[in-house]
Structure formats: C-alpha cells, structure tokens
Design a binder for this molecule. Structure first.
Ligand SMILES: Cc1cc2nc3c(=O)[nH]c(=O)nc-3n(C[C@H](O)[C@H](O)[C@H](O)COP(=O)(O)OP(=O)(O)OC[C@H]3O[C@@H](n4cnc5c(N)ncnc54)[C@H](O)[C@@H]3O)c2cc1C
Length: 634
C-alpha cells in the first residue's frame, strides 16, 4: 500500500504587507490600489485567470450604478478603457489577458495563481498571522505571512477558519426593520449559474443534445412563458416601490410593477438580448459545500435550454451556434462578514449619506428567488427588483471585521444584510469597494494603524486618495493641490473655476464640469518662480453617454458581450479622450504620449524645477473638441 505524506510536497514562504485572497474584480482592484500606494502585496487566486465572475470561465457582464452620470471610475474604468483599446471585439479570453496584464504590471504585487487558500492561523490575540494555500499546478504549499489580510474570495473563505463573525442567508424583518426582510430569518441565498455563449452564423446550424441534458418541450416546462406574480407580491411590490420612488424624488405615476418584477425567462439569442442569467440553482442549498452537485445540475439544465431554443419552437435561432458552456458556476451569494457597520436596505433607500463613504452603489436591490430556475413552480419570479437610489454611499466601516483586528474584505462578502447586498454585489460596485479597501490597507501599513484606526484617524486622507485616483464619492469634492490653485493660468475665470471645482463628471442637472478646448490648445501654469514639480494629473472626458464607444446599447453600460449576432460592432476608444499630448517645463519637453487611451493620467515629473508648465493637447480619438475635467500639478 502507498502512503502519501504531505511533507513530501514543496513548501514556499512569502512575506508581504497585505495578502489578498481571491482575484475577482474586488481582489484585483484591492491589490492594485494597495500596490500603487507603495506597499508589498501578495495576491492569491485559485483560478488560472483573474476576474472571478467576469472572467472567461464564467462570463458575467460587469454592471454598476444606474444612470449615465453615475458610471464607476478609478481602476475599473482603467480596466475597461484598456480592454476597449486592446480587445475591441470583446473576446473574453483576451479580457482575461487585459486583467492579468494590469495586475502583473504592478511591481509591488506578487501573484500566486491556481492556488487555493485553505487554512490560516491567528496569534491568539485577534489577528491573522498567515494563510496557507495549495497550488494545483506545482504541487506546492504556499504560506503567506502578512501584516494585513483581505478576504476577497466571495465565499469569505477565511471566516470560519479564523473565527471572524459572519452571516449567511436572509434576515427577519424584525432585525433591521427591512421591508424586504422575511417573517423569520433563514439560510437561503441567491443561487449560482452556468451560462451559455452562442454566435450567429450565415448558415443553418443543427444541435444534437447530449443524452443527459434535460428536455424542455414547451416554455411552460421552465416558466419561459412568464410567471404571473402572486397577488400579494404584486401588491407589496407596488406599495414598496411607490415609497422608494417617492423617497428618491420620483412620482408615483412612474411606477409600473412590471418593470420591477423580473417575471419572464427571456431566451431568444441576440447581441443585445439576454445572457440567460436565470439558469440558476443553489439558493436553497449550501452554496459552498453543495457547489459540485449544483454544477452538474446546472450543466444539464443549460444544455436542455439550448436544445429547447434550437429544437422546440421558433426562437429565431436556426443560424445560431452554441460556442461555449460554462463549467464553473458563478456564485451570487454565500457568507457575508460582519464588520463594524452592517449596511441595510434602509441605508440604501436613504441614499447612504455616510461621513465615511468610500464607494457607492446604484444597482436596484435585485433579490433572486432561492429556488432559482425552479421558482416558477411556486409562482415566484426568478428575481424581484426593488429600486435603489443611484448613487447611494457605502461606508468604510462595512469593509473590515468586527472582531479580527487585521482583516479586511471587499466584494460580495462585505458587511451588509442580504437585502443591501442584493444591490452592492454587482461587479463595478465591488471594484470600487476593492479599490477603497486596498487604499485603506496601505494607510494602515504606512501609519501602523488598524483598519478601525483609519476610520478614527485617517478618513479624510483615505477619501482624498480615492478621489485623486479617479474614484467618485457622492457628496464629496476633490481637493485641488495648493500649488495649482496659487498658479496663474492661461484660462478664463469661468474655465479656471470649472477646472478646479473638484467635480470630475457631468452632473444630472446637465452641468458638464469640463473645460472645452480646441485641438492644439494648451493649459499653462505659471508658478511665478522656479518650483519643484512632482506630479501632473489630467482627467479627460470618457464620454459619459458612451455613444462614441459603442453602437450596441448593452455594451455602452460596460464593454462586455456574450451572444454575438451579426449586428455586433467593435468598440472604439471614447472620442473625447486625448490621444496625443505633450508636457513642457519652461519650454522643454518633459513628457509626451501619442497613443493615449486612458481618461486619467498621473504623470511623474520627477522633481523637475520650472517656473511654467504647459500641457498641450494635440489630438483626440475623434472628438472635435478636447474636454478636460481636471488638470493640476503638485
Ligand atoms: C450568474 C450571475 C449573474 C450575475 N449578474 C451580474 C451582472 O449582470 N453584473 C454584475 O456586475 N454582477 C453580476 N453578478 C454578481 C457578481 O458577479 C458578483 O457579485 C461579483 O462577482 C462579486 O465579486 P467578488 O470579487 O466579490 O467575487 P468573485 O467574482 O466571485 O471573485 C472571487 C474570486 O476569488 C477566488 N477564490 C475563491 N475562493 C478562493 C480561495 N480559497 N483561494 C483563492 N482564491 C479564491 C474565486 O475563484 C474568484 O475568482 C452575477 C453573479 C452571477 C453568479
């Protein structure tokens, strides 16, 4: 008989300031933000690529706050801009490469891929000392020692191991006075899904289903004909939405229950059509320990639904070909940490006006039925949408553990009730949470503070750093460096005010907030005397309407596609982004880029000494005018 000793496997130790577990968008943004603040980061990801639910393994679309002017900026925007430039046809595998490149180009990040964290130690005094992971491809145990840890695994994998407080399931009404809460608390969650991807060809394509696929002869067999919502639900939703709309300044006449209850299971393929998100199971099971058996079921359902689309009834799919079926379920919900603050439905509905706002949401509260695919059997829709104001603030206190001193988290596992999390879980929101958390961790390291210490002592610094990094914080304006404010500019007073007002996006009232210049124009700072210059920060308009970015309406929200019809058109870099610009210190060129595609540029000036600094904007990506939200020097 063979005996296998674990100590025959290789062991490797790593040391860093911050160890991030999980490389979905929240973990990636956390790692990048922390690394850019100068601390040493180890990012452990258990898959061969980054992105979690938006990677090529799962293929969910990134979504965020509703409303044209509420688009998420910061690292998530940078990732999208990079993807549009390098991957205009939006191939998921190339998107994987874009994400990988963004992380690995940060010199302060050490990446450990294909490594699943499965153990951790604490010091007996409420702090984590190390985590241990198993790397599948090298048969190696990796141990990471760090000052701070961030659990961005979605599943809060560290919680039970280190004894961090966490919650699972849906709260009772009584606990937080949430209208969406239930009579009694339960352990039910939203489920997980395996998606399909299809492409339209110019010829008829047959589909022969495997024998193990489920069979759905008619739409009624899976609720594809739409489910009539139970009367009491419709009534509840109508009242609920009336009050929610009124609170956000809407009028009751806006209300149409049909828009807030996702009753149908659309299943005709199309570029701008559905992604079959309702192929969902698991909310009535344990989303962690039952994941494999749920996966098997989801695959049988997915093939069965494609067989239905192709071979049962007319779905306009004769020329469509199935090109990919997900084998790794994307998870919506599992354990949620308990932090210093638990965000609730009432906070969301009140607009989240927190003094420690570090990110925002704005997706409706999108509460999926735990029965998922089978919810039609109990006359429930696959999801109920409860409106949320957009944007609403999310507090920093929801990003660190209530009882483990050096543990952060970001993503779908933050400290929120089930109801609030049904909105905060979308990936652009999770990205903002990750960026905020990584930035906070860097302050902890540099100032030797606990996460709570940052809340008590360094909140303004955290918010300032986030806004400098391009993040929008509703209700806050960015501080302009004193050096810039004291300089003379070659702009009118009105333009100077626009440039320095700290508002870096158009607002809903139609105020554009950018300075409009002609191509070839410059912004010139005159400091009055020779001055040491360290950084130039320029923020270009990224076209909040997104009309110059995509002809496909769905892809304007965030550049991702799934089913591809012949009407798909490649993406283009936002027209007002400046492609070619130059920087002169006392007339001497100190920087130039003739192939820029990013809206935010922070350019090191390496302490150059100059009395004047000129930023000359030569060419855009198509726009006649140059739109500059901010341009300042420190
Ligand atoms: C089918 C489906 C449809 C959805 N629809 C949308 C949508 O349209 N738009 C939208 O924005 N959001 C959508 N969501 C929600 C969104 O995808 C998630 O809430 C979001 O991905 C959460 O981000 P995250 O970074 O917290 O977690 P994840 O994206 O889940 O990333 C966590 C990462 O951590 C890794 N990991 C886990 N455990 C370990 C471990 N032990 N060691 C190392 N790594 C580990 C995982 O492999 C994963 O890559 C949907 C979700 C699903 C499942």
């Amino acid at each position: 008989m063979l005996t296998v000793k674990t100590d025959t496997m290789r062991h490797v130790d790593h040391r860093c300031d911050l160890c991030v577990v999980g490389g979905g968008l929240s973990g990636m943004c956390a790692a990048i933000a922390a690394a850019r603040e100068g601390i040493k980061v180890v990012l452990i990801q258990d898959r061969p690529m980054f992105g979690g639910n938006c990677s090529s393994e799962i293929r969910m679309w990134v979504r965020g706050a509703k409303g044209e002017c509420n688009r998420e900026t910061g690292i998530i925007s940078e990732l999208e801009e990079e993807n549009i430039y390098r991957n205009p046809n939006l191939q998921f595998s190339i998107w994987d490469g874009v994400m990988w490149g963004k992380v690995t180009s940060e010199k302060n990040i050490e990446v450990i891929m294909n490594c699943s964290v499965c153990d951790a130690d604490t010091d007996g005094n409420g702090s984590i000392t190390r985590v241990v992971g198993w790397q599948l491809t090298t048969y190696t145990w990796h141990t990471v020692y760090a000052k701070y840890f961030a659990d961005c695994s979605g599943d809060s994998v560290l919680a039970p191991v280190v004894g961090a407080l966490f919650r699972v399931g849906r709260e009772a009404h009584s606990e937080f006075n949430e209208a969406m809460g239930h009579e009694k608390a339960d352990l039910k969650t939203m489920g997980m899904s395996c998606l399909l991807q299809a492409v339209e060809t110019d010829h008829k394509v047959e589909f022969i289903p495997p024998k193990w696929a489920y069979v759905y002869e008619n739409d009624e067999d899976f609720g594809g004909d739409g489910v009539k919502v139970k009367e009491q639900d419709a009534d509840f939703l109508a009242k609920r939405n009336a009050s929610a709309y009124l609170k956000t300044g809407g009028s009751v006449t806006d209300i149409d229950v049909k828009t807030v209850v996702n009753m149908s299971r659309p299943h005709s393929p199309g570029t701008s059509g559905t992604n079959l998100w309702w192929l969902e199971l698991g909310g009535e099971y344990d989303s962690i320990h039952d994941a494999e058996k749920l996966r098997d079921e989801l695959i049988k359902i997915a093939y069965g639904i494609w067989d239905h689309i192709k071979n049962h009834g007319n779905h306009g799919a004769d020329n469509w070909e199935l090109e990919w079926v997900g084998c790794l379920p994307g998870k919506r919900e599992s354990r949620r940490y308990v932090g210093r603050y638990i965000l609730t439905e009432n906070d969301v509905e009140a607009g989240g006006k927190f003094k420690d706002t570090i990110a925002y949401g704005g997706w409706p509260m999108d509460d999926h039925s735990p029965a998922g695919f089978y919810s039609f059997k109990e006359k429930n829709p696959p999801s109920k949408l409860y409106p949320a104001p957009s944007p609403y603030g999310i507090p920093y206190r929801s990003l660190y553990s209530a009882n483990i001193k050096n543990l952060f988290f970001a993503g779908r596992n933050i400290s929120a009730t089930h109801a609030a999390m049904s909105s905060t879980r979308v990936m652009a929101t999770c990205s903002l949470l990750g960026q905020a958390m990584g930035t906070a961790a860097a302050i902890c390291v540099n100032e030797n503070l606990t996460p709570d210490g940052v809340y008590e002592e360094r909140l303004e610094e955290l918010q300032g750093k986030l806004m400098d990094a391009g993040c929008y914080l509703p209700g806050f304006v960015r501080n302009i460096p004193e050096l810039s404010k004291s300089a003379k500019l070659n702009l009118s007073d009105a333009d100077r005010e626009l440039l320095f007002n700290g508002c870096e996006r158009p607002d809903e009232e139609g105020k554009i907030n950018y300075v409009s210049l002609n191509k070839g124009d410059s912004i010139t700072f005159d400091f009055g005397k020779e001055t040491e210059l360290h950084e130039l920060r320029v923020l270009f308009d990224l076209d909040y309407s997104r009309k110059s970015v995509s002809a496909n309406k769905k892809m304007r929200v965030f550049a991702m596609r799934l089913h591809t019809g012949k009407d798909f058109k490649p993406m283009t870099v936002a027209a007002p982004i400046v492609k070619d610009f130059e920087v002169y210190a006392d007339g001497k060129k100190v920087f130039s880029d003739d192939d820029n595609y990013l809206s935010l540029r922070r350019i090191s000036l390496d302490g150059v000494k100059a009395k004047t600094l000129e930023v000359r904007f030569n060419e855009t990506h198509g726009s006649e005018k140059v739109h500059v939200f901010s341009c300042d020097v420190k």
